[in-house]
Write a protein that binds this ligand. Structure first.
Ligand code: GUN
Ligand code: ZN
Length: 449
């Protein structure tokens, strides 16, 4: 049977102004990979006749609920191997001491395949149905990541990282090689012919790229119609270095703009210290920002004023930024975003309009889909969109939170909130990407393929 039918509670974002909507007593029908109906459950019999499914095929969710899959708009797949460690340094020292030596090991394909299987499996288990990955400078290992993503059934953007300047001699490319390998990588990923896996142009950050390379990469993005991802304005020492390296540019955003890297398909991670002119540049080109509070706190970079960017109408999503961020779970990004907005509230006073957990749920799902240009395909439950969803079980074995059904009864909204603040992968019972059940999986994240 190509039909999937769930009956019960659906929770999703309708829009930025309707960020968490609960649909009680509904049924949702999925044919192959797409949602074909969402109706009140009173119409069940009628729908079964209309669509030709049996009532016993309906999965009744008792106490469980469906939410859209999470969209991680910024994650470094190779850094998963040291997630949860190495959090004692600031960005530039951290890159040199931990990140570059680890990423250099991905020249070894076997090592890379093992790490990539683990990160893809781990993020899927944690409900990340779409991930926007940085890989490393190695073209074969980057392709391996794309193949593993396809194998496990995740939806992803995969970027071979570009670095032709100011990088250690053991982890750097020539401009020509970087460009050539990137084009090779794009073609190979396209040959996978998997509609869920897309290459993304990935200059690491302005510090590690020459202007020549950045311009060539912008041309590639245009030629192949591809998105672009990079870092911007994450750390004060980094910003000073960019000023020193590009004295002809008026700002960090101007470096990227002058190279043609600011487009409607660009995703800029961090963006903590952008000034109003830079925000205007991002807005003008229709680029997006990935908010990565876990790593902003762990690397002590600073605290993004998310409300300011929200009010300016910038496309926004959340990222884990593994492993600057200590957690591969988007639930951690939601929680750390709450702490970040609370700090702004404490600093800016009562008039400051905090971002609430419902808005963060929107950013982790529909907002993320907009950041990646996927809003017509995923992000929420709408007829015609693909079915990327999590079946959440608040009463799963070993659940890290309790539900009260007594006189202090939890509402469904309370339970959703408890999941967002207290839940973990034990509560994520099933994960679907484009209609395919990918968790639980029979695929082995430990064996080589
Ligand atoms: N800036 C350049 N590279 C990186 C990276 O790997 N992580 C973070 N957080 N910032 C960066
Ligand atoms: Zn990053």
């Amino acid at each position: 049977m190509s039909f999937l039918i769930f009956q019960g509670t659906l929770v999703h974002a309708e829009s930025a102004s309707q960020p968490l909507k609960i649909l009680h007593n509904h049924i949702i029908g999925v044919n192959k990979n797409k949602i074909v109906f969402i109706e009140p459950e009173g119409r069940l019999r009628e729908l079964s006749q209309q669509h030709g499914f049996q009532l016993e095929d309906v999965q009744v969710m008792e106490g469980q609920f469906l939410i859209p899959g999470f969209v991680d708009t910024h994650i470094h797949a190779p850094q998963y191997v040291y997630t949860g460690t190495a959090m004692n340094l600031q960005l530039l020292e951290w890159l040199n001491k931990y990140t570059f030596p680890t990423e250099a090991k991905f020249a070894n394909l076997e090592f890379a395949a093992d790490a990539y299987r683990k990160v893809v499996h781990r993020t899927l288990k944690n409900g990340t149905t779409t991930a926007c990955y940085f890989a490393t400078i190695h073209k074969e290992a980057s392709l391996k990541l794309a193949e593993i993503v396809a194998h496990f059934g995740q939806r992803a953007f995969v970027g071979k990282v570009n670095m032709d300047a100011n990088s250690p001699e053991y982890y750097v490319e020539t401009t020509e090689q970087s460009f050539k390998d990137t084009e090779w990588f794009i073609k190979q990923v396209q040959c996978l012919n998997n509609p869920l896996v897309t290459p993304i142009i990935t200059p690491r950050f302005a510090v590690s790229c020459t202007v020549t390379l950045m311009k060539k990469l912008a041309n590639l993005a245009e030629l192949y119609g591809l998105p672009i991802q990079t870092h911007i304005s994450e750390n004060k020492d980094e910003i000073s270095l960019v000023k020193e390296l590009f004295p002809e540019c008026s700002s960090y955003a101007d470096v990227y703009q002058s190279c043609g890297l600011v487009t409607k398909k660009s995703v800029f991670a961090h963006s903590i210290y952008l000034d109003d002119k830079e925000i205007e540049v991002i807005k003008h080109h229709g680029s997006a920002v990935s908010h990565c509070p876990c790593s902003n706190f762990m690397l002590r970079n600073g605290i993004l004023d998310l409300r300011k960017l929200w009010d300016k109408g910038i496309k926004l999503g959340l990222g884990t930024d593994v492993s600057g961020g200590y957690s591969p779970s988007m639930l951690s990004s939601i929680r750390q975003s709450v702490i970040a907005t609370n700090v702004h509230k404490m600093q800016q006073g009562a008039a400051y309009n905090s971002i609430d957990y419902k808005e963060l749920f929107y950013l982790a799902t529909l907002g993320g889909s907009q950041v990646l240009g996927l809003e017509d395909r995923i992000g929420n439950f709408v007829v015609g969109k693909e079915f990327d969803a999590l079946l959440v079980n608040p009463k799963a074995a070993g659940s890290p939170f309790d539900v009260f059904n007594s006189s202090f009864s939890d509402s469904i909204e309370d339970i959703v909130q408890k999941f967002l603040f207290l839940g973990d992968d034990r509560n994520i019972q099933e994960v679907y990407v484009s209609g395919r059940k990918v968790i639980p999986t029979t695929l082995d994240s430990n064996s080589f393929f």
